[in-house]
Write a protein that binds this ligand. Structure first.
Ligand SMILES: [Zn+2]
Ligand SMILES: [Zn+2]
Ligand SMILES: [Zn+2]
Ligand SMILES: [Zn+2]
Length: 232
């Protein structure tokens, strides 16, 4: 299969860039530089000054699902985890973890693993520019994300739950494996069967698919597409 890449749109200037070009663009974007003069977030409260991180987040094995975000350093890993669940991951409340410099920060802690930490850790306590770390959602059928700290800046923030998605991938083109029309369904059985050549399906081909309609999940713009009960 050819390597899939996706483009995305800069939320500041509205221009489209490739997966690889977006990181460089966001550092240079004039519209973003102007936006940085204003506080991040909205509200009537007093702005606070804090470190703000630029993170690139991508599917570890499906890197054509990606995002660039800005997030205040005084927010916790728990806040970042719930954002990732909302936008990409949540199907049925599985466990999740960040792995940062070998330490596991768990959505729930267990007595058998006293060395693990919880997610009530502020980002500025664990992040630094250049750091790459991981997120895992669901320890059965795991979705793996790789996060990289592209940069940090001191800036003003207003409001509590502040996070800005600066850019996100456009939905990748997924042709039907049978006829080549745009796929709308993924067979959750065939996805795990490397012998199956009919995983992505259009409406017509889905209705004739041998595994049955109960196994089909909608194509979603997420690295968890087709997994467990994920419907987007
Ligand atoms: Zn831009
Ligand atoms: Zn699930
Ligand atoms: Zn088809
Ligand atoms: Zn199937």
């Amino acid at each position: 299969m050819a390597t899939i890449t996706t483009r995305g749109t800069c939320s500041f200037c509205g221009e489209s860039f490739s997966q690889r070009g977006m990181g460089r663009h966001l550092i240079a974007c004039k519209a973003r530089k102007a936006a940085m003069q204003e506080p991040l977030g909205v509200g009537r409260s007093q702005p606070r000054t804090t470190t703000i991180y630029h993170l690139k987040i991508a599917g570890t094995y499906l890197p054509y699902y990606w995002m660039h975000i800005e997030i205040p350093g005084d927010k916790t890993l728990q806040f970042l985890d719930s954002f990732l669940r909302d936008i990409w991951l949540e199907c049925c409340g599985h466990l999740s973890a960040f792995i940062i410099n070998g330490v596991h920060y768990m959505s729930m802690r267990f007595e058998d693993y006293p060395e693990d930490k919880d997610m009530k850790v502020r980002l500025h306590e664990v992040l630094s520019p250049g750091l790459t770390f991981e997120h895992q959602y669901d320890f059965g059928t795991t979705t793996y994300l790789t996060l990289k700290v592209i940069g940090e800046r001191e800036g003003q923030v207003i409001g509590r739950d502040v996070l800005h998605v600066m850019a996100r991938n456009d939905p990748p083109e997924q042709p039907c494996d049978v006829c080549g029309k745009p796929a709308r369904w993924i067979c959750s059985l065939c996805l795990w069967d490397w012998e199956s050549e009919e995983t992505r399906l259009c409406d017509d081909c889905a209705s004739r698919h041998a595994c049955g309609e109960d196994m089909l999940l909608p194509v979603a713009n997420s690295p968890r597409v087709g997994v467990c009960g994920y419907i987007g």
